[in-house]
Design a protein around this ligand. Sequence first.
Ligand code: SAM
Length: 227
Amino acid sequence: MPTSREYARLRSRMVDEQLVERGVSESRLLDALRMMPRHQFVPDEHKPQSYDDKPLPIGDGQTISQPYIVGFMTETLRLKPHHRVLEIGTGSGYQTAILCHLADYVYSVERVARLAETAGARLGDLGYSNLDIHIGDGSQGLPDQAPFDRIMVTAAVPRLPQVLCAQLSEFGGQLILPIGSAPAQELMLITRATDRFTRRSLLGCRFVPLIGRYGFDSKTDSASFVS
Ligand code: SAM
């Protein structure tokens, strides 16, 4: 197993080669990625690959997203320190930790109780307290806590859930999410200005499915969605 010094070296190289070289440039985000111990979010058997350029299994058929995707999605949302954020798909909690670092408060929803509980404990151990993790179907958002300045969905939906658009702040609220079935998903950015919503296609991507009322059916095979 690598030592913490070796992990720090791998992390620094990950940021330089996988993020900065591909255009991620926001300094607060790069600082967060440089200090976040990604290996602590990964199961023991995959720790040596924690800083590789790929998603990794985290159990229950789910994955921790590729570092570049975390950087790209976060940078796209241009987070401000006063933002209230909704994240759907807590997974390991790594993306949640980055959001907590950059925003005022993060609500995160995870369908798999074991993942939500492990992520919550991990984030507590790392000293984050500006978050609230909910166990349940995030495809419906969290209407009681809306509006949100930013919403990030980290699993793919079959079509844009209007229920999430309605939970965006009317004053420039933004939602980033992957839409479509494997292998033809598209990462989309939705921006709200009062009752007007604009859509921008960002890039092709490959995420596990969001399972729920406004997501995919529970019989969907997650393994067929990721390489
Ligand atoms: N960003 C996470 C990380 O850094 O580890 C990875 C998220 S993983 C690609 C997608 C997550 O969405 C999985 O943990 C999965 O259980 C969760 N998920 C799937 N359907 C969901 C739903 N309806 N509500 C909430 N979470 C859901």
